[in-house]
Design a protein around this ligand. Sequence first.
Ligand SMILES: Nc1nc2c(c(=O)[nH]1)N[C@H]1C(S)=C(S)[C@@H](COP(=O)(O)OP(=O)(O)OC[C@H]3O[C@@H](n4cnc5c(N)ncnc54)[C@H](O)[C@@H]3O)O[C@H]1N2
Ligand code: MOO
Length: 563
Amino acid sequence: MTGSDGPHREPGSDFRPAGPASDRAREEEERAVEQALALVGGSDRTGGPGGRPSRSQDTQGLQGPQAPRDPQDHQGPRGHQGSRDPHDPRDENPNPGPSNAPHTRRSGDSAPYNDRDNAPHDDRTTAANASAPGSGQPPHPGRPSPGGTAKPTPTPPSWERARAIAARAGRGGPTATIRLPLDRALGHVLAEALGALTDLPSFDTSAMDGWAVAGPGPWAFETGAGLLAGRGAAAALADGTAVPIATGARVPPDTTAVIRSEHAHVDVARGLLHARRSVVTGQDIRPRGQECRSGEQLVPAGTVVTPAVLGLAAAAGYDALPVVPRPRVDVLVLGDELLNAGLPHDGLIRDALGPMLGPWLRALGAEVSGPRRLGDDAGDLHSALTSSDADLIVTTGGTAAGPVDHVHPVLDALGAELLVDGVAVRPGHPMLLARLAPDGPYLVGLPGNPLAAVSGLLTLAEPLLAGLAGRPAQDPYRALVHAEVHGHPHDTRLVPVVHRPGRAGGRDHVAPLRYNGPAMLRGIAAADGLAVVPPGGVRSGTEVEILDLPWAPATPWTEGCFT
Ligand SMILES: Nc1nc2c(c(=O)[nH]1)N[C@H]1C(S)=C(S)[C@@H](COP(=O)(O)OP(=O)(O)OC[C@H]3O[C@@H](n4cnc5c(N)ncnc54)[C@H](O)[C@@H]3O)O[C@H]1N2
Ligand code: MOO
């Protein structure tokens, strides 16, 4: 196996025609890749030929005990060339140095491909649902067929295309509408625009505690508490008179202005009220309909119900809101090696994904059940998938081609449609998106390595859930990155970053964080975003796309963010 950060080859290199001519072509391609790697200061970190393995290679490779499972296991310090400390375990950059290396086109580039999304950047992509010729079924890359032969691995879609496929899948179905009382609507998405059910304010209102006056002063005044908030309509105010009025009280008809108590002088002896300042007609009166007229649109459909939206809706007369039901998500955690509590021991490790995914998915607007821990049992996985009534099932682990990686075989057995089968992104390239049946739930298969799972969550689950929850797509935003960020030669990298304010006239920027290896969570735990680093990497001072983490300040607040 080569693992995720193994020798960097064009994705198409997995698709190899048979025969001596193609062997020669392959050798040439491999040389070209080596040359490109030399240009960018990279190396073949496995020390041997071969690119991203097909699943058949993976499977065969894993039969023997010598086959390393973790891509980092076999890189060795020798693979870390260039300026980086070869023994620094804190980051696991797939390739040292940004690159102007030419994109070498590979044999797989000519694979049949229909880019219906016009995805940017990667014109080498092949959608996973492009059927194998004549099969009528999606290809199942590289896993042995029942007859024992392996099907070729198609080129994985680019990161952008994979996200576009997930977003389109989420937007695909009809959007249901439910009415939820205000106290249960937080974090949902409005299914309809909110029109005001009343004028706001619904009557002319005093903005201050003071005096309502009519005509020019001085004014004869009434004594006592005067007009209070919450009382019915008062009688019209006669010219030359004033009445005490409280903030929020209805302003009597024919009132010229409200004078704040601190701007008024009461001459008790003469029974007259004087203004200490000039009085402008209408001052400190909020006229009826100042904020909106009845029927006017307050917020559009697709708005996330925030605490502020709840307040506005209540003010405008709503007791319940028309919202899109939260997508229901089942979380299935696979892996016999996982512990729910205590310290790692005897080769067993703590499940890092179960505790993380529920809250994260809730922050993305989902209603989550689980995590359910299944171990590595194909039968259990099969029955969990067939018995789920969720809109989306998220699995963790088991996406690769190891001996106990059951996700693909079980999806095969169920006749599921693979919409995305692997993505040209690091970490997380084995992630997948499937639909179990035409009207059945979606399944996002997250790789088991924890940061790879985060990558899958944000690449596939987030856009899918946005669509299912009725959220409009967010405009991507870019930020300046204040460091050179190493890139993968042909895949996108997602790198944890933290926003930093510009100092001494400098611009706000993001700083990449260390401990960003696929099995590490230390970087992402300190991050407030993920930088989308294009193939080849970026130099310091470049703008890169940023994916916000759902608890980052720029993101709409949703219920359950930290529950
Ligand atoms: N021959 C190849 N092997 C692998 C490749 C490859 O290209 N060729 N890719 C590697 C990459 S990259 C990833 S990512 C993983 C994905 O594997 P799986 O999705 O099948 O995940 P597992 O094998 O079950 O686990 C991988 C790793 O993560 C640990 N893990 C799993 N679940 C959890 C959890 N809930 N909490 C914490 N850690 C977890 C698990 O113990 C393994 O160490 O495949 C590589 N192999
Ligand atoms: O690097 Mo793997 O891609 O850990 O996901």
